[in-house]
Design a protein around this ligand. Structure first.
Ligand code: KG4
Ligand code: ZN
Length: 352
């Protein structure tokens, strides 16, 4: 099945063309071949504002979508030939910024109408969740997939921090999530406190690499609570408090790297502890980590070190950690295998 997918939930405009095969019932899991994947990032547009401005995002998506579409489809006969091969159009319906979501949905509706193709919605978080399937790792594809369950999945992005228990690829239950800020949001806010550019995750990671993670003992909120929930707002506040009580310290280059490293260590300690508890208590055989923060090398190294001996640990390829349309096509295909679909209507607060 050939799927054209569209992603516009936040500040990346994505269009992709994938070929999806296999899955439920058939031997092995679903397989995806990425034929085209384009992402136009709006980061530079939002940077002066220190975060994503919803109406600016919408304007940029409306501008970018036809440009990316033309790059993939060309014009005339090329465009027509490609449409003949497409079976389904998938578009992100949430969670995300409502005006940004509608930009993608409206564009997808127009394409569906003009080319007489079925249109389905997709859940952005399911896209992140399944992005580990978009890599050619032995075991995650083909006949090995059933051996990975029960599994634990951790989604770490700018808007979410979620732990899921998966009984198989299609059945999952949310077991924990953040009660306030997402971990990516905490990276972004701490970066802002240090005067770094948006998005803050990569900037903090860079500084942290040369800092001392033991320099400052920031709190690890909820680390020993008897549940799988997280809280990152207090951690960010304690960084702010540290800066307020040490005036001017954010300008000291040695202090900056130590603050970044100590913040990152505190965040990773909490993520690792809760994930460890989830793996143990659910007898998991695999761990799937996804979302924008999963590109972070310190996180990857830490998780491989903490869990690699006991369970199979999967991360998406780097290009599929941040928002993209390939994962949206994959999520829509997996829903299709289950005989389910989301209506193409924006749901800003859609969850797992
Ligand atoms: O998944 P994503 O692209 O968008 C959402 O669905 O939210 O995630 C974006 C988040 C941002 O908060 C960004 O700062 C964070 O991912 N991020 C990182 C890194 N690269 C991006 N966080 C930590 N380390 C990184 N290298
Ligand atoms: Zn995302």
């Amino acid at each position: 099945m050939k799927i054209l997918s569209i992603e516009t939930s936040c500040d990346e405009t994505g269009i992709a063309l994938i070929e999806a095969k296999g899955g439920k019932g058939a031997a092995g899991g679903p397989r995806f071949k990425v034929e085209k994947s384009l992402v136009a990032s709006q980061i530079k547009i939002h940077r002066p504002f220190g975060g994503v401005v919803p109406n600016l995002a919408k304007r940029e998506h409306i501008k970018n979508l036809p440009l990316l579409y033309r790059k993939i489809f060309g014009i005339g006969q090329n465009e027509k030939r490609l449409w003949d091969k497409i079976d389904l159009i998938a578009v992100t319906v949430g969670p995300g910024l409502e005006p940004a979501l509608w930009a993608g949905i409206t564009f997808a509706e127009e394409l569906a109408k003009a080319n007489k193709k079925p249109l389905v919605g997709a859940n952005h978080l399911e896209g992140h969740l399944y992005s580990f399937l978009l890599r050619k790792t032995p075991g995650a594809e083909g006949s090995g997939i059933s051996k990975l369950f029960p599994a634990i999945a951790l989604i770490v992005s700018g808007g979410h921090t979620i732990l899921l228990k998966m009984d198989d690829l299609y059945e999952w239950k949310k077991i924990g999530e953040t009660r306030d800020d997402a971990v990516g949001e905490a990276y972004d806010k701490v970066a802002r406190l240090l005067g770094l550019e948006y998005p803050g995750g990569p900037e903090i990671e860079k500084l942290a690499k040369v800092g001392n993670p033991e320099a400052i003992d920031f709190p690890r909120p909820m680390i020993y609570h008897k549940n799988y929930d997280f809280s990152f707002s207090g951690l960010k506040t304690s960084v702010r408090y540290y800066l307020v009580t040490h005036p001017g310290i954010e300008k000291d280059s040695k202090a900056r790297v130590d603050i970044a490293a100590s913040f990152q260590k505190a965040a990773l300690d909490v993520l690792s502890r809760k994930t460890s508890k989830a793996i143990e208590e659910n007898n998991a055989k695999a761990l799937f980590v996804s979302g924008g923060v999963s590109i972070n090398k310190a996180l990857r190294d830490r998780f491989k070190k903490d869990f690699g001996r006991d369970v199979a640990v999967y991360f998406p390829n780097r290009e599929f950690c941040n928002d993209n349309a390939v994962m949206i096509g994959a999520a829509a295909y997996i829903k299709f295998l289950q005989g389910k679909k989301y209506r193409p209507v924006a749901q800003a607060n859609l969850n797992m």
